[in-house]
Design a binder for this molecule. Structure first.
Ligand code: PGA
Length: 249
């Protein structure tokens, strides 16, 4: 049976009491299918609550949505890798499209954050993806390769990194990439990773962007996808419990 990851990015939603309630409802749906992993990325204030709420569930992990590259110091408002780790994170998103496009995060900064995540023993989930204009100009792979190169190119050691391919035009728009388009980019990412012995195998490559209960089965039928990273459709615990149980052909 193929293993699949279902990653929930709550973005700026779900505070601690809501997170407790959410997890109660989510786990009430029953055991998570054996070969499936569930990753929750709550806002930083809810990280510890989520880490406590998932304790004892073997395949469920919590992660930060972002970290700063310094480990500690006078950086008001920022969360470091070691602080996220203390709160119970096992993973961290890096370079999510909203970090890049709303907060102006640069490729260079994503590289520093990958280094900081690995130093804090957090698994980085590097998010890459092109804008609509870049796709229409035929630049998808140039952009994605540049993002991979900047964040991972210089890495030494066998870094355990997951990648989330999230075309910017598909995030929160209700317009998902076709399984074929997503698979094509995943194949190219896999080729790039294979050519960079600095990253460890096996690679986990998730697709994200308007994944929901209606399109998850079709997307996941594509063997190139190792799972999905989901925003909007992960906010309802019952819907998410159903999505995690999507039957895949
Ligand atoms: P969406 O968000 O599922 O709401 O499109 C995905 C993401 O930003 O990770």
């Amino acid at each position: 049976m193929r293993s699949l990851i279902f990653a929930a990015n709550w973005k700026m939603h779900v505070g601690p009491p809501e997170a407790r309630e959410y997890l109660r409802a989510f786990f009430a749906a029953g055991e998570i299918p054996h070969e499936r992993g569930v990753w929750f990325f709550p806002p930083a204030v809810s990280l510890e609550t989520v880490a406590q709420g998932i304790a004892g569930h073997r395949n469920v992990h919590a992660g930060a949505q972002d970290i700063y590259w310094e480990a500690k110091g006078a950086f008001t408002g920022a969360t470091s890798g070691p602080l996220a780790k203390q709160a119970g994170a096992r993973l961290t998103l890096i370079g999510h499209s909203e970090r890049r496009h709303v907060f102006g995060e640069t490729d260079e900064q994503t590289g520093k954050k990958v280094t900081a995540a690995l130093a804090a023993d957090l698994q980085p989930v590097l998010c890459v993806g092109e804008t609509l204009a870049q796709r229409e100009a035929g630049d998808t792979m140039t952009v994605v390769t540049r993002q991979l190169e900047a964040a991972l190119g210089e890495r030494d050691g066998r870094a355990r990194v997951a990648i989330a391919y999230e075309p910017v035009w598909a995030i929160g728009t209700g317009r998902n990439a076709t399984p074929q388009d997503a698979a094509e980019v995943h194949r190219a990412i896999r080729r790039w990773l294979k050519g960079h012995p600095t990253t460890a195998t096996p690679f986990v490559i998730l697709y994200g962007g308007s994944v929901n209960l209606k399109n998850a089965a079709e997307l996941l039928a594509e063997p190139e996808l190792d799972g999905v990273l989901v925003g909007g459709a992960s906010l309802d615990p019952r819907g998410w419990a159903q999505l995690v149980r999507t039957a895949v052909a």
